[in-house]
Design a protein around this ligand. Structure first.
Ligand SMILES: [Fe+2]
Ligand SMILES: [Fe+2]
Length: 362
């Protein structure tokens, strides 16, 4: 009997030491004092993240959430929240599970109001993965502090689609250093892998599907255009209360689908209604969307409706409506430079050539 128990113990130890990290860790839901590190592993065994202000780390956090993917052999995404951080500060981190550990990376916590920063926007990554790779490398070279993604991260919500189309090496090199937020697209949807691979911030919405966050002088309302947006729906009521309460210098909305769009998927009537009833009365400056695979700058009642939507998905022909200022059929992505009294959006193509710029002042 003793021999059997000993054998089981040795076997358990051997299995534990074989547990491994499957993918480079990446970052989500950054604030001035916290961030989530997400680590995909082949087991539920405890994952820890060592972190600190130097490469010596010094502090450790353990996973609080373990989500399972629906891969053929299920994998486990460990979500570790690093807390008690200092604003606008560089932190080193490294993930560990048993004998397995990741490389070390550096990220920055969010800045407080009054400090300028750069936000990266990309959307619709799927299909042409070489374009996604090029854009991810170009984007990294602009040194954004934070990223906001416009959804359609992969062609469908299946595990292999996530791994082949979104979690590519240049993308992982970017999001291991630059925390990202996502607005859910129709392609990845809200399936088990979306839930496993993403960790949106806790916000007053009490939902992981739509939320808001502040970063410096920017308030961002992130909608889920796959869900009900009609008056009376929880999302509509959240949006209304959220934008009315926001006190930052700038307010923007991120939504996968678009209120105003010429060509492509056309106007989204629910979002047009929300724009008129909520965004316009609450001084929203800009709405960032993807979904239609081209670049379009539409201006309606003082709000800049930007469609910046293809970091790889097949291109569509843009149209021309009375509100369309610029329309270009090309792959595209953008950086948004935010200061208290200045919002500067610069749009590039997959070759790194500047397609357009929008400057707003207060
Ligand atoms: Fe798309
Ligand atoms: Fe879409």
């Amino acid at each position: 009997m003793k021999k059997i128990v000993l054998f089981m113990l040795v076997l358990a130890l051997a299995l534990t030491s074989q547990a491994k990290i499957l993918m480079q860790p990446y970052l989500q839901a950054v604030t001035t004092n916290s961030v989530y590190v997400l680590v995909e592993c082949d087991s539920k065994d405890t994952v820890r993240v060592d972190y600190g202000r130097t490469a010596a780390y010094g502090r450790t956090a353990l996973a609080s959430i373990v989500a399972v993917t629906n891969a053929k052999v299920p994998t486990y995404v460990h979500k570790i929240k690093l807390m008690g951080l200092k604003e606008n500060t560089a932190y080193y981190y490294q993930a560990r599970q048993g004998e397995s550990h990741s490389d070390g990376f550096i990220f920055h916590t969010a800045v407080e109001a009054g400090t300028s920063f750069r936000l990266l926007w990309m959307a619709d990554f799927r299909t042409n993965t070489s374009i996604h790779d090029k854009i991810a490398k170009l984007a990294a070279a602009t040194y954004p502090q934070v990223a906001l993604y416009g959804g359609d991260l992969c062609v469908n919500g299946e595990y292999t689609s996530w791994k082949k189309e979104f979690f590519r090496s240049p993308e992982l090199d970017l999001i291991s250093k630059v925390p990202f937020f996502n607005t859910t697209g129709n392609h990845e949807g809200e399936g088990p892998n979306t839930v496993a691979f993403l960790q949106n911030p806790e916000s007053a919405s009490k939902s992981q599907q739509y939320y808001s966050f502040d970063y410096g002088d920017l308030h961002v309302l992130v909608l889920n255009t796959q869900m009900d947006m009609k008056p009376g729906s929880p999302q509509y009521e959240f949006a209304k209360a959220d934008l009315a309460a926001a006190e930052t210098s700038w307010k923007i909305v991120a939504a996968h689908s678009h209120a105003y769009c010429a060509g492509g998927h056309g106007e989204d009537t629910s979002l047009v209604r929300m724009t008129k009833e909520i965004f316009e009365p609450n001084n929203v400056s800009m709405v960032l969307s993807g979904h239609s695979h081209f670049y379009e700058h539409n201006l309606v009642n003082g709000i800049h409706h930007m469609i910046i939507g293809s970091a790889g998905a097949p291109l569509y022909d843009p149209g021309k409506a009375s509100y369309t200022l610029v329309a270009i059929k090309d792959y595209n992505w953008a950086v948004l430079d935010v200061k208290y009294s200045l919002l500067n959006l610069t749009v590039y193509n997959a070759k790194g050539e500047k397609l357009d710029a929008v400057t707003l002042k207060k």
